[in-house]
Design a protein around this ligand. Structure first.
Ligand code: DSN
Length: 422
């Protein structure tokens, strides 16, 4: 049983995995939070380390047989600290949401006030959504973007912080294309006696690659995911000052989680090593250059880019500039049919609910991993805009489908013989 490959033991599942490899290979992937992992990351996350229980932390576990996972987790911690210049790293969080949960549990009490970014203007579910644990357990108040510039107004953040006296300020987002002023956030936090948490889930890969201003010198704590631009396994992580290390570790285990996923911790260590290289820095810089080139190309076709552009790996477009009746949901579905995978998103002051939305979120980490540079992503941007504008013209859509197919084939995520599993 143990030696039988998936193709024999569960051909139905193997076929499904192979179909998804094919989907990943044949579409241009523009979901801002997705990427393609290396074979090395896949091998570590698909390893026998999945078998081990190890509640606790290196040197202090509740199970025997943890000598080697102790070494693995310590290696991941040391690599994370070195890569980000942090005093402390927790690599056990199963996801970005659980990293945030671990921090809130560790540093706050239920009912405490937190100031975060509005979900409908770029913030994240765990920044106080009423249907998420964050909004259920904590008293969230929020800041947003300026209606004219669509950029976070730091004076408004300061004003709300002075009026509300939060215990924590969360700076970070999942759908915002501009650089946040980390130093100003810290100044405001200090003024009102709050802790500053930066949720860097989206930009941690750019920070690792020195392609984005670094929040670590300014924040008390930085949470992140490892599977976005950082190109690691699906998972979360927390970086902090030494002062908050013990409380944060306790917030993750035992407050928020049980046994860590040792296979994913090993894969995180592999991705930190990969992200420490010169090649990775070049990759991170290219992600940002590609996002700027693509946003300019889309805008050049008359599709409005929210806030007028991008400084990071993503941008949002306002579909009302194409057609008042075109919803994000319909646009995303249409683009999927021509081979472009992305997600619909609310835009600031969106008149539509999130499940229909008036915008698209477009990101370049995955296409950049495939080797696309400015000229290719600009062409994808023009094809995307053309398909939206000419969506009732079968010839326009066929042209987009054919050209996107050619680009996906010329810049594949994985070579044709690449296995979809270890
Ligand atoms: N779901 C992630 C994203 O797409 O941004 C955030 O958690």
């Amino acid at each position: 049983m143990f030696g039988t490959p998936l193709s024999e033991s569960d051909p139905q599942m193997e076929a499904l995995i192979n179909r998804d490899v094919e989907r990943q290979r044949t579409h241009v992937q523009l979901i801002a939070s997705e990427n393609f992992v290396s074979r090395a990351v896949m091998q570590a996350s698909g390893s026998v380390l999945t078998n081990k229980y190890s509640e606790g932390y290196p040197g202090k576990r509740y199970y025997e047989g943890c000598e080697i996972v102790d070494e693995i987790e310590s290696l991941a911690i040391e690599r994370a600290k070195a890569l980000f210049g942090a005093e402390h790293a927790n690599v056990q969080a199963h996801s970005g949401a659980q990293a945030n949960m671990g921090v809130y549990y560790g540093l706050l009490k239920p009912g405490d006030k937190i100031l975060g970014m509005r979900l409908d203007q770029g913030g994240h579910l765990t920044h106080g959504s009423p249907v998420n644990f964050s909004g259920i357990l904590y008293d969230f108040v929020s800041y947003g973007v300026d209606p004219e510039t669509e950029v976070v107004d730091m004076d408004q953040v300061a004003e709300i912080a002075r009026a509300e006296h939060p215990k924590m300020i969360v700076a970070g987002y999942s759908a915002y294309s501009r650089i946040l002023d980390w130093a100003r956030f810290r100044e405001i936090a200090d003024e009102v006696g709050a802790l500053l948490m930066v949720d860097a889930a989206h930009i941690i890969g750019l920070i690792a690659g020195r392609a984005h201003p670094d929040p670590i010198p300014h924040a008390h704590v930085v949470t992140a995911t490892t599977h976005k631009a950082l190109r690691g396994p699906r998972g979360g992580m927390i970086l902090s000052t030494a002062e908050h290390a013990a409380a944060i570790d306790k917030g993750v285990f035992p407050n928020a989680q049980g046994g860590p996923l040792n296979n994913h911790i090993a894969a995180k260590a592999v991705c930190y090593a990969e992200a420490s290289t010169h090649q990775y820095r070049a990759y991170a810089a290219q992600i940002v250059a590609n996002a700027a080139a693509m946003a300019a190309a889309v805008a050049g076709e008359g599709v409005r880019v929210v806030s007028g552009g991008t400084d990071n790996h993503l941008f949002l477009v306002d579909l009302r500039s194409v057609d008042d009746d075109l919803t994000g949901k319909d646009a995303a579905r249409l683009l999927s049919s021509v081979g472009i995978t992305l997600n619909f998103n609310t835009i600031p002051f969106d008149p539509r609910p999130p499940y229909r939305a008036s915008g698209l979120r477009i990101g370049t980490p995955a296409a950049t991993t495939c080797g696309m540079k400015e000229s290719e992503v600009a062409e994808v941007g023009r094809l995307l805009a053309g398909a939206l504008r000419g969506r009732s013209d079968a010839r326009v859509l066929e042209h987009a489908r054919q050209r996107i197919g050619e680009l996906a084939e010329a810049f594949p995520a994985y070579p044709p013989d690449f296995p979809g599993h270890v």
